[in-house]
Design a protein around this ligand. Sequence first.
Ligand code: PBG
Length: 328
Amino acid sequence: MPHAMFRPRRLREKGLLRRLVRETALGVHDLVYPMFAVHGRGVREPIASMPGQFRLSIDELMREAKDVAGLGIPAVLVFGLPDDKDARGSEAYADDGIVQQAVRAVKDTVPDLLVITDVCLCQYTSHGHCGVVEDGTVKNDPSLELIARVAVSQAEAGADMVAPSDMMDGRVGAIREALDEASLVEVPIMAYSAKYASSFYGPFRDAADSTPQFGDRRSYQMDPANATEAMREIALDLDEGADIVMVKPALPYLDVISRAKSEFGVPLAAYSVSGEYAMIKAAGQLGWLDERRAMMEALTAIRRAGADIVITYFAREAARLLADGREV
Ligand code: PBG
């Protein structure tokens, strides 16, 4: 070999040296943990397609939230399962709705944890769509008023940030206006800006009982084939007042995350969704891959692509490993 050659292996031999030149850091402070709230007491119902995740009644959720904060995870993202569903998803914006109750309980008992709320209608509507249905289609503008009401009622309950996931056009602007009118000018919006119509939401829809009763979500969520359109969606949401933008899912859309970071340079979240979690869990359980290493590799890759914030069902497991400081 020529003697002046760059030998990349020189920096790979020793663990400490590898760590010294590592380009991407995954930290516990980057993580957001999603949780599912249900009515009742003492409920801790396992979600079959998401091993290790549960539907929790508020007492149980408060306990878990304490544990999450204790691990140093800065935020949870709360989803709710209502008692009753109706055509207009009224529990989503009820004062005593499940999410509103959960937010109050966690904010009262776990002060050092941010509570982010998912703003959508699909868990609450009888038809399972994210907006108002008329003549068999999901209507955009009539949905905006309801979606803004959801955000205001969650923020009034004490949510630290609201995260609209419905993908109606104009929702970020409608929410911003409604929050401002309600004197909630300080509550930020994390917009699910580039949310794709993805099969990777399958386990979540089991967990949240939010499968559409007819058709699918392709008339409002994005076509997985499009990346330039995602940039337009992000630009639009920023224009309407989004404080943080999101790409979702994460792993099959790393190129979109990377483009979003380089084109906009604004705080960027990526949601590693239920199907991404389920794949790694399932293969791990079958002994087909090393679950912990696959988890850390996937989360690091999402950060490397450009996400500042990683929303993941692995948050607690990753936090424990990161606290250990050991390489897996
Ligand atoms: C609600 C919503 C969904 C997810 C987050 N918010 C499901 C959907 O759009 O069908 C998916 C999250 C996941 O799969 O982990 N609109």
